[in-house]
Design a protein around this ligand. Structure first.
Ligand SMILES: [Zn+2]
Ligand SMILES: [Zn+2]
Length: 499
């Protein structure tokens, strides 16, 4: 809801591939391909988008065409780094409906369509791999914990996955003590965009009308001075520490204007189809990146001759053992790799549990960077990777650097009410006439420093590619109440050690 308000405000002011098994005509240069390969099962896509079926601005057909468009020849000519880096799958997750799945435009020759919906009313969750609507409040007497538990069961009965969306957003929080989350949407639209921190006071207000919040949630609110995305990551850590292991997932939550796939969720799928994507989430074989063409992550741990990867539960002896973790980072030169690790917690001590801390920090100095880290672990311990990228692209001139810091400051301030400053900045970066009338989009007018309209969206408001230097600002990382020199680049699912 936040986003549609913001997008309307922007408007009044005035982001291929295939099923993973068929290649493109020309092989992309190796630097574009990176390290997480389709031939190894890695599929990239967007798990969270809206169409006109729930108040989004565009048809199913246009949303799918936008998803396919990242490998259109005109786009690739301007952005060769996307060669071989289009999307593989889309999940159209309209609010409280699966009707979009019956739309005549619901098909694609190039993309895997993962059936889904956005469940809920006062709290939202992505339901993926479902074709039957999941009731939020069947008795109409106000949502209860029992309603949520039965909804999670209903999703699982359909063979699908259930992942609370933007769980820490103040207006649409998820403070209930539900279990059985297959994934957690820790990255919703830009990492720093529309991501106000949830405060103790806000949570107390929520409790007045809903009853006590889960202690796990209260623990996440203790992350302060950053934003609700960072709090969602703390919530994720708390789940993993409690043994409620889940996949990290991301979603653009697009309603209009911005392209799908920003951020991108990478899923290592056993089969290049919707069942493979859902199965990959169930196995927690995921990582998220800022764009389909940006940072990639691979993690390996070998114990007793068996190799494990991101999202796995790794059996070790009860007394613990020393493990060697290999982290490979692709396409994030000049970035910073952080490994965060923590131990088991109990529900009784979760409020004071330390959760994750950085156990390794390394400068990423090449497009294919590998580091090994040895650590002593006991059952219940866990570890996961984060990649930060420079907020300002190294080598940028002073004017551009200033523009990015100014924009990132405004991005940091965005919430449900205060986004005029951001809209004013974007007004200088968008052709207002094209924004209001997508049919006026002409790629011949694209300028590298400006938002670039997408010709496949000629319905009402236009859709735009956000140039990479600007996309970094939308994903700014804050620390101590201020923007940092970094943007979020990638986050991978945790490896957890078990007996
Ligand atoms: Zn939502
Ligand atoms: Zn949504």
């Amino acid at each position: 809801m936040y986003r549609s308000l913001f997008l309307v405000a922007l408007a009044t002011m005035a982001c291929s591939k295939t099923n993973g098994d068929s290649g493109t005509d020309t092989e992309p240069p190796p630097s574009y391909v990176g390290i997480a390969l389709r031939t190894d099962g890695w599929l990239r896509g967007d798990l969270h988008m809206h169409t006109e079926y729930d108040g989004g601005f565009e048809t199913v057909e246009t949303n799918i065409a936008l998803g396919e468009s990242l490998e259109d020849p005109i786009f690739l000519e301007a952005h060769p780094e996307f060669t071989g880096n289009g999307l593989d799958y889309l999940a159209i997750t309209d609010h409280r409906t699966v009707e979009q799945q019956s739309d005549p435009g619901y098909h694609s020759d190039r993309l895997i369509l993962v059936n889904g919906e956005e469940f809920g009313s006062s709290g939202h969750a992505g339901a993926h791999g479902v074709s039957t609507h999941v009731e939020h409040d069947p008795d109409g007497d106000g949502t209860t914990l029992e309603d949520l538990v039965s909804a999670i069961d209903h999703v699982h009965e359909q063979g699908g996955t259930f992942s609370p969306n933007h769980p820490m957003l103040p207006d649409i929080p998820w403070p209930w003590d539900t279990d059985g989350h297959d994934g957690i949407e820790v990255w919703n639209s830009g990492w720093g965009l529309m991501s106000p921190e949830l405060t103790d006071e806000m949570l107390t207000d929520w409790e007045t009308s809903h009853g006590p919040a889960s202690p796990i949630y209260r623990r996440a609110v203790q992350t302060k001075g950053q934003n609700s995305s960072a709090q969602a990551l703390t919530w994720y850590e708390a789940h993993v520490a409690l043994g409620r292991h889940a996949a990290v997932i991301g979603g653009s939550d697009r309603h209009a204007i911005l392209l799908p796939g920003f951020p991108t969720t990478w899923v290592r799928a056993d089969t290049a189809d919707a069942a493979g994507v859902v199965g990959g989430i169930q196995q927690r074989h995921t990582f998220i990146s800022r764009t389909p063409a940006s940072a990639q992550l691979l993690v390996e741990v070998t114990v007793d001759g068996e190799t494990y990867e991101m999202g796995d539960e790794v059996p070790i002896s009860a007394s613990g053992t020393e493990v060697r973790i290999t982290v490979r980072v692709g396409r994030a030169t000049d970035g910073l790799l952080r490994l965060r690790a923590g131990s088991a917690a109990t529900e009784a001590d979760i409020l004071t549990a330390p959760l994750g801390s950085v156990v390794l920090e390394e400068d990423v100095d090449s497009a294919d960077f590998t580091v090994e880290h040895t650590m002593q672990v006991v059952p219940g311990d866990w570890v996961y990777p984060i990649v930060l990228e420079p907020l300002v692209v190294p080598g940028s001139d002073t004017d551009q650097a200033l523009r990015i810091y100014t924009l990132a400051e405004e991005v940091r301030k965005t919430n449900g009410e205060d986004f005029i400053g951001l809209a004013e900045i974007f007004a200088d970066l968008v052709d207002g006439e094209v924004l209001l009338d997508g049919s006026r989009c002409d790629p011949a007018d694209w300028k590298p420093e400006m938002m670039q309209c997408n010709p496949v969206d000629s319905e009402s408001l236009a859709t735009f590619y956000v140039p990479d230097y600007l996309d970094r600002a939308l994903n700014v990382v804050s620390e101590n109440g201020q923007i940092s020199d970094w943007c979020m680049g990638a986050v991978g699912s945790a490896i957890r050690f078990v007996e």
